[in-house]
Design a protein. Structure first.
Length: 119
């Protein structure tokens, strides 16, 4: 079964750091484009960062200079390094990726991981 598994969330004080991981498993060849999104209570899901298959990255203005998205193609894993965290970064973080499978590419969402930043 093909799936994305997100991990690494937790509770951290403002100014701290967390590293989220999103691992693709199952019968896949590779991860194409991927991204991280977040959804705070009562808010819509928003884009945090994306990375192409070639490593080109894009960030929401609110996280530029603090968050870094990266990928390890050998491990079929995408990461989100979050530094200088703020209380407004509190949300459930979801990974999303286009996974290359034997019969073509398909888009998947991970299950979400909670990030809570205390002031």
């Amino acid at each position: 079964q093909v799936q994305l598994v997100a991990s690494g969330g937790g509770l951290v004080q403002a100014g701290g750091s967390l590293r989220l991981s999103c691992a693709a498993s199952g019968n896949i060849f590779s991860i194409n484009a991927a991204g991280w999104y977040r959804q705070a209570p009562g808010q819509q899901r928003e884009l945090v960062a994306t990375i192409t298959s070639g490593g080109i990255t894009n960030y929401a203005d609110s996280v530029k200079g603090r968050f870094t998205i990266s990928r390890d193609n050998a491990k079929n894993t995408v990461y989100l390094q979050m530094n200088s965290l703020k209380p407004e970064d509190t949300a459930v973080y979801y990974c999303n990726a286009d996974l290359e499978r034997r019969y073509g590419s398909a888009n998947y969402w991970g299950q979400g991981t909670q990030v809570t930043v205390s002031s």
